[in-house]
Ligand binder design. Sequence first.
Ligand SMILES: [Zn+2]
Length: 132
Amino acid sequence: VKRSLNLDYSLSPGALAPYIQGLVEGTAMAKQCARCARVTFPPERMCQCQSRADGATNLGWRELSGEARLVVRTDGPNGAFALVQFNGADNQAVCRIVNPELSGSKVTLQAAQKEMPGIFVEIVGEAVDIDG
Ligand SMILES: [Zn+2]
């Protein structure tokens, strides 16, 4: 049984506005903990060290380069997705690969595609060792 479900609503980015705006522009805006310096992209609401201590949130925004390493990749009929480690981040992000025809482990953040929220990455060329 195939059914179509259409949702039409707007979500307010709230405290994540710099992150959401960064995704639209192709800029990796991460959160950094003022206490332990842990960096998260996508940003976490509360650092692990703070939730263990007093529960206070003391996180600041920090821009990352957008360069990242592909950790795990999966390809399917609806696209290619990857678990990605962004340079400078201590967590990992699930991303859509915009150029799944390429292989490789080096990726960069791309501006989010219109009307599609999420983290988009492009596989960038890597030097290939050729014998001879
Ligand atoms: Zn912390």
